[in-house]
Design a binder for this molecule. Sequence first.
Ligand SMILES: C[S@@+](CC[C@H](N)C(=O)[O-])C[C@H]1O[C@@H](n2cnc3c(N)ncnc32)[C@H](O)[C@@H]1O
Length: 236
Amino acid sequence: MQKGLEAEQTLDKELVKSVYKDQQDIIRVVIRLYCPKGIDLDPTFSLGKFYSTSMPPRLRFDIDPQIDGVVKADCRNLPLGNESVASIMFDPPFIVGINSDNTRTGIINGRFGAYKSVEELWEMYHGALKEFHRLLKPNGILVFKCQDTISGGKQYLSHVEVINSAIQKGFYPIDLFILLADNRIIDPRGEQQHARKFHSYFIVFRKGKCPVGYTEAQAPLGAKATEYPPEPDNNE
Ligand SMILES: C[S@@+](CC[C@H](N)C(=O)[O-])C[C@H]1O[C@@H](n2cnc3c(N)ncnc32)[C@H](O)[C@@H]1O
């Protein structure tokens, strides 16, 4: 009986789900659950489309600013003090492609891709995670949007790399949302080799020791990470 009542109360408030078709819904529920005061910093702000229905962050950076109010900076080296922000929203490029003459390939690559290989892109992710760990206050929140990709016929599960790297640097993955796309641009050439990706991830990390040992290699590293007191457990 008590459990039924609790469920109804949850539904009154809107049940937060792990899958949405609109990224505005994911951003809204992430803010509700983990950053009730809003997002402090977006280091890949671009046009700020993320915030069409929610409060934009006060600190906005991009390596290639598109609009006024966004400061040019590399997310791996931001002009901010140690432990100065409570929350970060990170939406880096997820695809790669630069021609040998340094021009970019493809329509989407044109603005969102500037990395020659997935390995180079992942190097940027590693550097960014290190910088975000420096910037975040204890228990601070990082939301990392990423998408897996196929390059040179190889399957790159970027979400695995991001989670492993973040744990090694002292983050705990506390939630994961999947954004489901209605449609994607399909390349009609050739035979299909892999499933076309119709989803991307919003992974929510908390700065602090990861209490789950995902692999033997990670457990000792996780154990070395700075330990912060656990947050209240009222949303799970
Ligand atoms: C997918 S877009 C972000 C879109 C944004 N979330 C929005 O709502 O409009 C990725 C952005 O990351 C920026 N970027 C790529 N590498 C970067 C880096 N090393 N440091 C900072 N920004 C970077 C690109 O210039 C691009 O604007």
